[in-house]
Design a protein around this ligand. Structure first.
Ligand SMILES: Nc1nc2c(ncn2[C@@H]2O[C@H](COP(=O)(O)OP(=O)(O)OP(=O)(O)O)[C@@H](O)[C@H]2O)c(=O)[nH]1
Length: 216
């Protein structure tokens, strides 16, 4: 089932602004662990390649015991946010395709992921789309994007989708109000965290076959 994910390089963006959360959300408690552990473990068990964690403070994460064996790289383009972080990941791995997820998105749908994986190779970005919005931090990026990303960085850009209009892009539409769409929660505030915690229980009860969660 997970065979098609084998070549993908999973990447967790774990920068630590967290201004809406009020504390570093990387360490927010989620499902008994922290968000970073939840995602890291989930990806480790689901992908063949070891996840790369990209952060603006590598030492902080290296000192965190549950990540002691993790590959943690520090942003090579500080101040260039998610755009710089993905470029950093590409420069730290020889992989062709990168599955990029934010540390604040603790669920993965196998159904959506399989659709994305099937589409990789057709376009240089494969991104789920919900209500007309691209979910940039749950998407697959091809290495061929690196030059345009670096060009954007040189021009002062920070946003990952700054180059979307200039490259081949495949959007995977999600049905609003569906179970699939429901798991695309990103956690920005304490209220989001409380909601996701509640949702976490529901997801467990509902459909663990289709959802990758860290519990094995
Ligand atoms: N490595 C890295 N990750 C980042 C950076 N900026 C944002 N991220 C990650 O990208 C994801 C989405 O970022 P935001 O939702 O804007 O999170 P944030 O900037 O920490 O939070 P706010 O300050 O509330 O906007 C989160 O997983 C962040 O950890 C960055 O400069 N470097």
């Amino acid at each position: 089932m997970y065979e098609s994910l084998a070549r993908l390089q999973p990447v967790i963006l774990a920068g630590s602004n967290s201004s809406r959360m009020g504390y570093n959300k990387v360490f927010a408690k989620f499902g008994g662990d922290t968000l970073i552990e939840t995602i890291y473990t989930m990806l480790r068990f689901s992908f063949e390649r070891e996840p790369i964690v990209v952060t603006d403070n590598a030492q902080l994460l290296k000192n965190f015991e549950p990540l002691k064996d993790a590959t943690i790289v520090e942003d090579k383009y500080p101040g260039h946010n998610t755009l710089g972080a993905v470029a950093t990941a590409m420069e730290s791995s020889d992989a062709e395709n990168f599955f990029v997820i934010g540390v604040d998105m603790p669920f993965l749908s196998l159904v959506v992921l399989e659709r994305m994986v099937a589409a990789q190779g057709i376009a240089s970005v494969v991104v789920p789309m919900l209500n007309g919005e691209d979910i940039c931090l749950h998407a697959i990026y091809n290495r061929s994007l690196l030059p345009i990303m670096k060009e954007k960085i040189a021009n002062g850009e920070k946003l990952l989708h700054s180059f979307y209009k200039e490259v081949s892009l495949l959007q995977i539409p999600l049905q609003p109000d569906s179970f699939e769409a429901d798991i695309f929660i990103d956690i920005n505030t304490p209220e989001d965290l409380a909601y996701a915690q509640e949702h976490f229980k529901e997801v467990h009860e509902k459909d663990t076959e289709k959802i990758l969660i860290h519990k094995q």
